[in-house]
Design a protein around this ligand. Structure first.
Ligand code: ZN
Length: 114
């Protein structure tokens, strides 16, 4: 069983049996069924797997943010995450674009790799 996720860090569940990362958190490893799981810090690198640009704010809290990019990020360790892509114009985001994690006010987000 996983303990609560540490805050203010980018962490993913990792199986201590087979060494593979996974996401979302669950009681057993989806690769080998092992139950010895821990939060580990992955490389923080990945690439755009798919993306979409939000032009209409879903609520008033996002009105200053549009347009912004929501993407499925394929991390280098394997798990796919839904995240915002920041630090780049939405029209410049493309499938395969290399990304690195950035800890923003809203938690982990991804930005283009320098
Ligand atoms: Zn495993």
């Amino acid at each position: 069983m996983l303990p609560p996720r540490p805050t203010n860090r980018f962490m993913l569940p990792r199986c201590e049996g087979c060494g593979k990362f996974h996401f979302y958190p669950r009681p057993a490893c989806p690769h080998c069924g092992g139950a010895r799981l821990a939060w580990m810090e992955p490389s923080g690198r990945g690439e755009v797997y798919s993306h979409s640009t939000v032009h209409r704010a879903p609520s008033a809290a996002f009105k200053d943010d549009v347009p912004y990019v929501i993407a499925i990020v394929k991390t280098d360790e394997g798990p796919h995450l839904l995240s915002r892509v920041v630090g780049v114009s939405p029209e410049k985001v493309s499938i395969g674009m290399r990304l690195r994690v950035r800890l923003g006010d809203r938690g982990p987000e991804f930005e283009p790799e320098a």
